[in-house]
Design a protein around this ligand. Structure first.
Ligand SMILES: NC(=O)c1ccc[n+]([C@@H]2O[C@H](COP(=O)([O-])OP(=O)(O)OC[C@H]3O[C@@H](n4cnc5c(N)ncnc54)[C@H](O)[C@@H]3O)[C@@H](O)[C@H]2O)c1
Length: 334
């Protein structure tokens, strides 16, 4: 089945979605919509066969379209996704899924009632690195997880409509959610606003059962770009440096063994320092894999793992960070 898609939003990220969809077999990009005529002129230059419009309703109500990709700012996601689902279209929607968890819940319910798919663009879950990390965690290579610690910092790009947490942390939260696979218990967020209205640097801590802890550092005011995630397990520890071209992931056979010597009540701590190795990480573009999976889910009727529920889990965490941040780091239960 040829899946016919309409794309709404052709700003910074939209062109990546259109380029990937156009390259996929069994997919036709029927129309691209953007409120900004300059964006549409770019579409026309690159893809003369694609219809363009400034009216989202034209895409949403088109009976010749099976699915709508929503690549607009977060505050528009709910209205556009709701209208598309009501018109019987499957929906691919950018991260973060919605501005509130109530909106996400409503969309999930609507899609279920109409037997339609929602996929939330948690792009990183489709990178070779995250796939490899998940494989290693599932195989028990790291042993039981202890912590997840991620830094996503650079200079800019300041957003006018959202804080650095709502802009950058959805990536780390989605990766964390996918890798840890447990329901978080509580969140603490601290941060500060130096320019404009929104928080531009933030530190988020997420508490999980069994003493698993996660920490995410997001910052638009960093002089250097850092994309590093450390995952500690009882048996091995992993460092993922996404800025590296080769050897993005390194696994350290390092750890701590604690013993109680006979008759001695003091803990005896010994440190293990073994080999370091770097697994091969597939280099294919994440969006190609993700959008191809979206088409498969539409054709086969399967529920994607990055569905509305996955989007909702991230929105709930983002909401909790907003509450905690306002109270300067108060613990907020989820
Ligand atoms: N998955 C990723 O890695 C990734 C990366 C960047 C951005 N994003 C997400 O993509 C979304 C868009 O971000 P961006 O950086 O491309 O923003 P942007 O502001 O550069 O582009 C948004 C475009 O949407 C258009 N638009 C807004 N409302 C519209 C409406 N109602 N109808 C038609 N067009 C409309 C605007 O004119 C603009 O061209 C955000 O949700 C963002 O979080 C995701």
């Amino acid at each position: 089945m040829n899946v016919r898609i309409g794309v709404i939003g052709y700003g910074y990220w939209g062109p990546n979605i259109v380029r990937n969809l156009v390259g996929l077999e069994g997919c036709e990009v029927v129309a691209v919509c953007d409120r900004n005529p300059k964006a549409l002129a770019k579409v026309q230059r690159t893809y003369p066969a694609i219809r363009v419009t400034t009216e989202a309703a034209e895409v949403i109500t088109d009976p010749g379209i099976d699915a709508v990709a929503i690549i607009t700012p977060v505050w528009t996601h709910y209205e556009l996704a709701k209208a598309a689902l009501e018109q019987g279209k499957h929906v691919f929607v950018e991260k973060p899924f919605t501005s509130t968890s109530a909106q996400a819940e409503e969309l999930i319910e609507l899609a279920a009632r109409k037997n339609l798919r929602i996929m939330v663009d948690h792009t990183f879950l489709f990178t070779g690195a995250v796939r490899k990390i998940r494989e290693l965690v599932d195989a028990g290579t790291l042993g039981p997880l202890l912590y997840f610690d991620s830094s996503r910092v650079n200079l800019g790009l300041f957003q006018h409509d959202v804080s650095v947490i709502w802009d950058l942390a959805p990536h780390d939260l989605a990766i964390m959610d996918h890798v840890i696979g447990k329901e978080p218990e509580a969140v603490v967020a601290t941060g500060s606003t130096h320019f404009g209205q929104h928080t531009d640097i933030a530190f988020v801590t997420i508490y999980f059962p069994d003493n698993v802890i996660a920490h995410i550092n997001v910052n638009w005011l960093s002089p250097v770009k850092v994309r590093t995630t450390m995952i500690g397990g009882r048996d091995k520890m992993l460092v993922w440096n996404d800025v590296e071209v080769d050897e993005k992931i390194k696994i350290y056979d390092k750890g701590v063994t604690v013993t109680n010597a006979e008759g001695v009540y003091n803990l005896l701590v010994s440190y293990r320092s073994g080999d370091v190795w770097s697994p091969k990480v597939p280099q294919t573009e994440a969006l190609t894999a993700e959008l191809s999976y979206f088409l498969d889910c539409i054709r086969g009727g399967a529920t994607p793992f990055n569905d509305g529920e996955a989007g909702l889990r991230i929105v709930k965490m983002l909401e909790a960070t907003s509450v905690s941040l306002k109270k300067r780091g108060e613990l907020v239960y989820l």
